[in-house]
Design a protein around this ligand. Structure first.
Ligand SMILES: C[S@@+](CC[C@H](N)C(=O)[O-])C[C@H]1O[C@@H](n2cnc3c(N)ncnc32)[C@H](O)[C@@H]1O
Length: 267
């Protein structure tokens, strides 16, 4: 009988290459389960910024409806490309890219007729100035050790005036246990501890990595990447949403923010 090793959760350093390798493997192995668990909430062609359920149709963080028509949009860490499908329905020309082959197979299964590109957000395979907009709903950014490298790549492929809008776990969440119930309401770690969360196998190889940055770090990273920050949105938990998603729940969502959305402009 083959014994399945339960990965060990720890906090330790994890560089660029190790983080990418872990993410590709984790998302390839877990894409089927992720899509069957969250696919209904995400909707095949909705643009949802995070577990609170804030919809781009309502939030308009990418710009007014008319600005999407004919716009070239890059979705980074697109998963099954739900957001790109919504963008295509608005008349935009999306390209959905992701590191995980299996996530992109789900994108292909649902369909959409726009290009799917398998690549790492740290090395975008596109010419300079190819896009009017770039977006990521929890795509790539929380999982990379060098977000400035990603932001510089995004800046390079955007045209002047282009927007870069991305959501991540709200940094304050790192001070609390990742639990949806009351046990997730007491501070258990330092908000200032940037040591990555790593799950590793029996040989100490990372199989899942998430990187923590404080709010101030994220602002500095955006600026270092060559962007101007024009808004920082902290969606409130809406009354209609009774659904838990991992450590995100109505209980916690009514007390502390769960998602931070950065709206940036490339001048
Ligand atoms: C939480 S999912 C978000 C996808 C989609 N927006 C959703 O809500 O389901 C994170 C995605 O980021 C991708 N990802 C992680 N690291 C990446 C990297 N370095 N480059 C590109 N994509 C990456 C993963 O493969 C995964 O599909």
């Amino acid at each position: 009988m083959i014994q399945e090793y339960e990965p060990e959760a720890t906090r330790r350093d994890a560089g660029d290459a190790e983080s990418s390798r872990a993410s590709r493997g984790w998302w390839d192995r877990n894409a089927d389960e992720y899509q069957s668990e969250h696919g209904t909430f995400l909707g095949d062609d909705r643009f949802v910024w995070g577990p609170e359920g804030l919809d781009e149709a309502e939030a308009r963080l990418l710009g007014p409806a008319e600005s999407l028509r004919g716009a070239d949009v890059l979705e980074i860490g697109a998963g099954a490309a739900q957001c790109s499908r919504w963008l295509a329905a608005q008349g935009a020309r999306p390209v959905a890219m992701d590191l995980s082959h299996r996530q992109l197979q789900h994108a292909l299964r649902i369909g959409g007729g726009f290009p799917l590109v398998e690549a790492d957000a740290g090395a975008l395979p596109f010419a300079d100035g190819s896009f009017d907009l770039a977006c990521a709903a929890y795509g790539a950014v929380p999982f990379v050790s060098d977000p400035v490298k990603v932001f510089r790549e995004v800046r390079r492929v955007l045209r002047p005036g282009g927007r870069w809008v991305f959501s991540v776990t709200h940094p304050i969440r790192w001070a609390f246990p990742d639990e949806p119930g009351p046990e997730g309401l007491s501070v258990a770690a330092s908000y200032f501890d940037r040591t990555p969360y790593v799950e590793q196998d029996e040989r100490g190889r990372a199989v899942y990595v998430e990187h923590h940055r404080t709010i101030g770090d994220r602002v500095r990273d955006v600026v270092a990447g060559g962007f101007r920050l024009v808004d920082l949105v902290e969606p409130e938990w809406p009354a209609w949403n009774s659904q838990e998603w991992g450590g995100w729940s109505p209980l916690r969502g009514n007390l502390i923010p769960g998602t931070a959305i950065f709206v940036c402009v490339r001048d």
